[in-house]
Design a binder for this molecule. Structure first.
Ligand SMILES: C[S@@+](CC[C@H](N)C(=O)[O-])C[C@H]1O[C@@H](n2cnc3c(N)ncnc32)[C@H](O)[C@@H]1O
Length: 307
């Protein structure tokens, strides 16, 4: 896999990704200030709205969250929950017993405050317990617990149907675990059931430590233009400790990436990328530019490979 070297310098959380319930994942991420899903939310909703505007009910928006964990993208984008609200819910209100927890989550999502973004949510993650929970709690309408990084793993007909009927791919905090290999499996089918020609779109965050070239290539291989949203550099989380900080900075410096305004502050930073059919790319990028938030307040994007 192409990201092994970069992955080695990052802290690993593999055990919490596969816990039977979301509690451990969410509390650990909260402890290290995980914020990339919140940061990416306005961009994902802007892409969803643009699709909705053009396709209306003829092709409702179906969002495929790659590396969705316990349905985090759905909680944030579809249900408009901030990560700190999700943390507070699981820390204090969600029962520990599995079925009661799923029911309480369903109530919290649908009754306390209804969905804020009109999408159907489908998720892919290699963690079987994460997908199980996301489906049982009603966060996802469709879920796939699969690891397409493994060379001998191919999608079933049902999984291909989920890819074909999805017109918005999102992924936050997952590229690195997931490479061009998984994207290749998905992109050959993404949006192919469309009755029209608007979409599919993708909104993806990629840490600055990961090489963009294979990701760009795989989107282009499948006929989509891929590029950065200028100025959209988003904080992902704090470094777990001094050792992770030292190793990540060293890797970035080896790759001639200027960290002074960014990782030197003690956080991982990701750039935001989008993909769209060539003739729709600039329209999507304009929507993204309109959403650009407080980071990095107009600073020029430097450091990541320019596309
Ligand atoms: C840092 S979490 C990000 C979760 C979520 N997107 C968010 O922003 O909160 C990374 C996720 O990637 C998943 N993952 C790791 N390897 C994977 C693979 N080969 N295929 C799909 N998902 C994978 C993990 O199980 C985990 O849920």
């Amino acid at each position: 896999m192409s990201y092994d070297n970069a992955n080695e310098v990052k802290a690993t959380f593999d055990n919490v990704y596969i816990a039977p319930t979301p509690h451990q994942y969410i509390s650990l991420m909260a402890k290290i200030g995980y914020e990339i899903s919140d940061q990416a939310r306005p961009y994902c909703t802007a892409a969803a709205r643009l699709l909705r505007e053009h396709n209306g009910n003829a092709w409702p928006v179906q969002m495929l969250d790659v590396g969705c964990s316990y349905g985090i993208g759905a909680a944030v984008v579809k249900y408009g929950r901030r990560f700190d609200e999700i943390e507070a819910f699981f820390a204090s209100r969600a029962p520990k017993e599995y079925h009661a927890m799923c029911e309480a989550t369903r109530m919290w999502l649908n009754i306390v405050r209804p969905p804020t973004c009109d999408v159907r949510a489908v998720g892919l993650d290699s963690s079987q317990p994460a997908i199980r929970f996301a489906l049982d709690a009603g966060l996802l309408d469709g879920g796939m617990a699969r690891d397409f990084e493994q060379p001998d793993v191919t999608p079933t007909e049902d999984e291909i149907a989920w890819f074909r009927s999805s017109n918005l791919l999102i992924s936050t905090g997952t590229i690195g675990y997931v490479t061009e290999r998984t994207l290749d499996v998905i992109l050959r089918h993404l949006g192919k059931d469309s009755p029209g020609d608007f979409g599919p779109f993708a909104v993806v965050t990629i840490l600055r430590m990961f090489d963009l070239a294979p990701i760009k290539t795989v989107f282009e291989k499948h006929g989509l233009t891929f590029g950065a949203v200028p100025g959209a550099r988003l904080p992902q989380r704090r470094f777990t400790d001094a050792d992770e900080r030292r190793k990540v900075l060293s890797l970035l410096h080896d790759r001639k990436i200027d960290t002074r305004e960014w990782e030197d502050r003690g956080k991982h930073f990701a750039d935001l990328f989008i993909a769209a059919p060539p003739e729709q790319f600039s329209k999507l990028r304009d929507q993204m530019n309109a959403r650009r938030g407080k980071y990095p307040s107009g600073a020029e994007v430097t450091g990541h490979i320019r596309l």
